[in-house]
Design a protein around this ligand. Structure first.
Ligand SMILES: Nc1ncnc2c1ncn2[C@@H]1O[C@H](COP(=O)(O)OP(=O)(O)O)[C@@H](O)[C@H]1O
Ligand SMILES: [Mg+2]
Length: 195
């Protein structure tokens, strides 16, 4: 657990209510919106990375120095949650640089959240930015492919199938002060994974 996860750092319920603003419209009184500047569990949302059908991913920080990714998903009425499944899967996968490190995850009254190691571009973005395959050498393409397959094998070795294998669910690591991770490809998005 990171330094930021010290028990005393958990924000108050008042802070959380303020952070996840209730939409103004009467019809939407139960609908939450997450916006840049909001603070959730002590993490400030600094940039929206992605928004999909089920949730949103933000770049977040507690101290403006170390940044993470936070995935947010509104609770459905039946209590189902892809993030709950993701947390369960991540807890059973090895912590070996093949999957993003989980910093924090949990459930609030109206939403689930998951705080992960911040990664770089996903492989779909990377390809869109560099459509010419010759932008990468054969060696780089092979290295990418081998790392993708190794991540899947690692899941299979733990008895899981990912069931949502696609370029946007693999991303390049980001360098940290202590580690060069930009040559690594990591697999994520375990909401559909099953044993
Ligand atoms: N840890 C992360 N760091 C940086 N970006 C991330 C991270 N996790 C997800 N993303 C970005 O958000 C997108 C959606 O996240 P994902 O977990 O795949 O959820 P969804 O279920 O919406 O596909 C990813 O394709 C990736 O671009
Ligand atoms: Mg995805």
């Amino acid at each position: 657990m990171s330094k930021e996860e010290a028990p005393g750092s958990t924000p108050s319920a008042a802070n959380e209510t303020k952070s996840a603003a209730v939409s103004g419209s009467k019809e939407k009184t139960d609908e939450l919106t997450f916006n840049v500047g909001d603070v959730i569990n002590g993490y400030k949302l600094v940039k929206k990375i992605d928004e999909g059908g089920f949730g949103q991913v933000f770049k977040v920080t507690k101290d403006s120095k170390t940044f993470y990714a936070m995935k947010l998903e509104l609770n459905c009425q039946e209590g189902c949650s892809a993030i709950k499944l993701e947390i369960n899967v991540l807890n059973q996968l090895p912590k070996n640089n093949v999957f993003p490190e989980m910093k924090h995850g949990g459930k609030k009254v109206k939403f689930h959240y998951l705080v992960l190691e911040l990664l770089g571009d996903n492989l779909k973005m990377l390809k869109a930015r560099s459509p010419n395959p010759e932008m990468f050498t054969d060696g780089t393409w092979s290295r990418l492919g081998i790392q993708c397959l190794y991540a899947l094998k690692t899941m299979h070795d733990r008895g899981f199938v990912h069931r949502d294998v696609k370029p946007s669910n693999f991303a390049i690591g980001l360098n940290t002060a202590s580690e060069n991770r930009s040559r690594r490809v990591l697999l994520f998005d375990f909401g559909l994974a099953r044993k």
